[in-house]
Design a protein around this ligand. Structure first.
Ligand SMILES: NC(=O)c1ccc[n+]([C@@H]2O[C@H](COP(=O)([O-])OP(=O)(O)OC[C@H]3O[C@@H](n4cnc5c(N)ncnc54)[C@H](OP(=O)(O)O)[C@@H]3O)[C@@H](O)[C@H]2O)c1
Length: 280
């Protein structure tokens, strides 16, 4: 199976590379310098040359707040137009497309329960809107696809909430973290294992959701990250941290347990992640 990873130098792209290396599976990872997904001719040439059979499409515009202003055009170009280009190329060359999407496609107004994959969509920020356009392009132009929504992603290779908390704890003795946004953290390792599980086990094409199991607020997440650090973590409301992009108060998504995949609990995943970065 010829594997291509788009956005290969991103947080998830690097985790997938690491996973394939560990499994001794051959792959081709390309980042924007080699494969700019917004350039249709370049994408087609690349597909003609490499003939991928499975495409893990990790390239994305992920600056959620910037997407509300100076990054609006880039966000739409990369997440919507770029994904359409990749979807059409996958269809043309018969490749299976694995597209990673977000909980922000939902409106985030629930207060309990879980968002099911088929629940009504209602993105309330630009990034969510363009990732949903990407989902629609995948469904319109490509027959063999997995759309996998995820949320609150952290991993070894990238900027994320866990690293931010660990760094802040080095210079502060007290941190305030929002307690009125609830979701499910996702370790990139769990996500990478799930994406490859879908492909390797020939699970039915369609829309799935992947995070670590359980749920927490950002405050509870921060407390767990910093439980061994001499720093006080205090809960605050989102009003204390205004942001350009709307953030949902509740974004717990139903996990695709029916596939047989075991989603580790978020505390266990975090523990393992912290153990690994300490060993580095
Ligand atoms: N991070 C989260 O919390 C989160 C939550 C939900 C869903 N997701 C989704 O999960 C996927 C992976 O996210 P991530 O955290 O790994 O993001 P990331 O670290 O920002 O990686 C995205 C990668 O895409 C590359 N890229 C940007 N424009 C490109 C273009 N035109 N052509 C090719 N590559 C391009 C970026 O390169 P440069 O850095 O050089 O621009 C970067 O290497 C994305 O689809 C994202 O929308 C992420």
């Amino acid at each position: 199976m010829k594997i291509l990873i788009t956005g290969g130098n991103g947080q998830l792209g690097q985790e997938l590379q690491h996973l394939f290396q560990e499994r001794q599976v051959a792959f081709k990872a390309a980042d924007v310098s080699e494969l700019d997904i917004t350039k249709e001719q370049q994408v087609n040439q690349f597909f003609a040359e490499h003939r991928p059979e499975v495409v893990y499409h990790c390239a994305a515009y992920t600056a959620v707040d910037k997407a509300e202003g100076e990054g609006k055009a880039a966000d739409e170009l990369i997440n919507a137009v770029g994904t359409e280009i990749v979807a059409k190329a996958c269809q043309k060359y018969g490749a299976t497309l694995v597209y990673v999407s977000t909980d922000y496609v939902f409106d985030g107004t629930r207060t309990s329960g879980e968002y099911l994959p088929e629940d009504p969509k209602g993105p309330r920020n630009e990034y969510g809107r363009t990732k949903l356009l990407g989902e629609q392009a995948v469904q319109k132009y490509c027959q063999k696809y997995y759309i996998v929504r995820t949320a609150w992603v952290y991993g070894q290779w990238g900027h994320n909430f866990v690293y931010t908390m660990l760094n802040l704890a080095k210079t502060h003795d007290k941190l305030t973290v929002v307690d009125d946004q609830v979701g499910r953290p996702t370790w990139t390792r769990t996500l990478a294992e799930f994406l490859t599980y879908l492909v390797d086990n020939q699970i039915a094409y369609g829309v799935y959701q992947c995070s670590n199991d359980g749920q927490c607020s950002w405050y509870e997440f921060a407390k767990e990250i910093l439980k061994d650090q001499p720093v006080k973590v205090l809960p605050v409301s989102s009003d204390q941290y205004p942001s350009a992009a709307f953030r949902p108060h509740y974004s717990v998504m139903h996990l695709a347990k029916e596939t047989g995949f075991k989603f580790p609990k978020w505390e266990d995943a975090l523990y393992e992640f912290m153990r690994q970065i300490k060993e580095k």
